[in-house]
Design a protein around this ligand. Structure first.
Ligand code: HEM
Length: 530
């Protein structure tokens, strides 16, 4: 240990001691807001609410919901980590106020600094004019014409590759982690849509059988990207990460990962700038994401630096890959436990699509499939907790909660999807029919009551793309296969394992998005056999 490291460790030790002894002093915790319940406040224990938070971290969402249902907290409460108070609300009016005022409830410096290595100043990690300019440019690629003429073909072609892997799995009677296949599939199709380049993660010759399991060769980019993402997450539980990263080796390893990621993005951007590679969109006379950003810069007579282009690439990959792949994994997990839903999906596919490939026009008619997707997101919001920093004194209108400037405000879309007040007494049941109207159409629901795609000016730009991808995937997979869920009794899949399935909690991992813990294993059978 060198002298600098020793000084930092000693300083942190003193700080920890002071925090344990004087945790309630203003320097460690801003004063709690009067009249707002405190989550998991734990009497005299020095670390108070932190104790319970840490002990239930692996099933934190159920723990939160149970506290709400037991009446220990209302629809708004506050919790603290050292130096930070966060007010969490489940109230629809409060959520509307937060999301319709993105210049007051901002991503903020704390979020930005933690994500800066990975996302730079991209759309996901920016506020104000930097965000507005990128949003305006990017929103141009998500138009109906592009969906109809370009994306549908890419999505169908990618889902056919996925089906080919599932067929190989079935022929070998192997078990496959579907989440891994889906993460590769969404990365490849998104690469094609946004940058005119399939990233090759799902190439057929990457598949192999090892000990009865269908596995894919590792991808250097995917590994580096996932590891960098996980490292960013660790920063959220360590207020001193900027210092500790230097002697835990995290700083160096983040640089190594970013080098791999940079190399990968460099290759894509260089090819495009040199004119060597044309995107699928530009071949069809349209523009993809890179084309659009390059054209916008040309129009303004400005020049996009390599770093700006790289930030654009990574922000869109992070936005589009995990969210869609993980939601589809939850979808298949639910469908495997509801045979009647699987039958209805297959009946709709046979009626609308028959034996051919699905098209853009079919998408609108696959209404039950869309309902299954929505119901999955209702119970498994992929971004469960969404936090903003409030930069001016505010009052949340629904719960009349005063919010001093500098406070974090979060809404929990996972818990909001399970409120009896919004979804009725059967809110814990997976029932896609709740999304269908009596005349067979899809029910429209207020975005602020169901903020799984965010809402207001920062509504997810990929809602339609994700829904179309999901429905095409459903059509291709369930037309061909019945997926049998296996290995759910493996304790490593659960945050809290019990022999009695009804007592299990925390099927998700610790991440910003709702990843399925340890993946999700299926054995693949012919649809006819079901
Ligand atoms: C099931 C799939 C998806 C879900 C649940 C989802 C959810 C979300 C959520 C909750 C946000 C707000 C995040 C925040 O405030 O920090 C968001 C933003 C965004 N999403 Fe998605 N998303 C999905 C798929 C996609 C796809 C496929 C794309 C395509 C690129 C995409 C592009 C974006 C972009 C660009 C933003 C930033 C919008 C802005 O800040 O103006 N998303 N998404």
């Amino acid at each position: 240990m060198d002298i600098i490291t020793a000084v930092i460790v000693a300083a942190l030790g003193v700080l920890l001691f002071l925090y344990v002894k004087y945790h309630d002093r203003g320097i460690f915790s801003p004063p709690f807001i009067d009249g707002v319940p405190i989550l998991n406040s734990n009497g005299g224990f020095p670390l108070g609410h932190l104790k319970k938070l840490v002990s239930s971290i692996d099933w934190r969402l159920e723990s939160l919901l149970e506290s709400f249902r037991d009446g220990k907290i209302g629809e708004v409460w506050q919790q603290s980590m050292p130096f930070i108070i966060t007010v969490v609300t489940l109230n629809v009016e409060d959520v509307k106020h937060v999301l319709t005022n993105p210049d007051v409830f901002v991503k903020g410096e704390d979020f930005r600094s933690k994500f800066h290595d990975l996302l730079g100043d991209g759309i996901f990690n920016s506020d104000g004019d930097t965000w507005r300019v990128q949003r305006k440019t990017a929103s141009n690629i998500f138009n109906v014409k592009n969906f109809r003429d370009v994306y549908s073909d890419i999505i169908v072609s990618e889902s056919k590759t996925l089906v080919a892997h599932l067929r190989k799995t079935r022929e070998n009677n192997a078990v496959v982690d579907l989440q891994d296949l889906l993460l590769r599939s969404t990365l490849d199709s998104f690469g094609e849509i946004a940058f005119g380049e399939s990233l090759g993660c799902l190439d057929m010759d990457n598949g192999m059988i090892v000990g009865g399991r269908y596995m894919m060769k590792t991808s250097e980019f995917m590994n580096a990207f996932d590891a960098a993402n996980n490292q960013v997450l660790l920063r959220f539980s360590n207020p001193f990460w900027q210092y500790t990263d230097h002697f835990t080796g995290h700083h160096r390893s983040m640089q190594d990962k970013m080098e791999v990621i940079d190399r990968f993005c460099h290759a894509i951007i260089d090819k495009r700038l040199s004119g060597e590679k044309k995107s699928a969109a530009s071949k069809a006379g349209k523009m993809d994401l890179l084309d659009l950003f390059l054209a916008a810069a040309k129009e303004d007579d400005t020049h996009l630096t390599y770093t700006e282009l790289k930030d654009i690439c990574l922000n869109f990959i992070i936005a589009g890959r995990d969210t869609t792949a993980q939601t589809l994994s939850w979808l298949c997990w639910n469908v495997a436990q509801h045979r009647e839903v699987e039958r209805k999906i297959r009946a709709e596919i046979r009626r609308v699509v028959g034996d051919r490939d699905p098209t853009y026009e079919d998408f609108k008619n696959l209404k039950y499939c869309q309902a299954v997707f929505n119901e999955t997101l209702r119970l498994h919001a992929n971004v469960p907790g969404n936090r903003k920093t409030c930069i001016a004194d505010q009052i949340l209108p629904g719960t009349k909660t005063p919010i001093p400037k500098g406070t974090n405000v979060e809404f929990n879309a996972w818990a909001m999807g399970r409120l009896t007040s919004s979804w009725g007494p059967d809110c814990d049941v997976f029932r896609p029919e709740r999304w269908m109207t009596d005349d067979g159409n899809l029910m429209r629901v207020d975005n602020f009551k169901w903020p799984v795609f965010n809402a207001g000016p920062r509504l997810c730009l990929g809602v339609n793309l994700a829904t179309q991808e999901a429905v095409m995937f459903l059509a291709q997979v369930y037309k061909n296969f019945h997926l049998e869920l296996v290995n759910e009794d493996d304790p490593s899949h659960w945050g809290l394992y019990d022999k009695d399935p009804s007592k299990r909690r925390g099927r998700y991992g610790l991440a910003v998005t709702l990843v399925m813990k340890g993946g999700v294993d299926f054995r693949v059978h012919d649809a006819e056999a079901f």
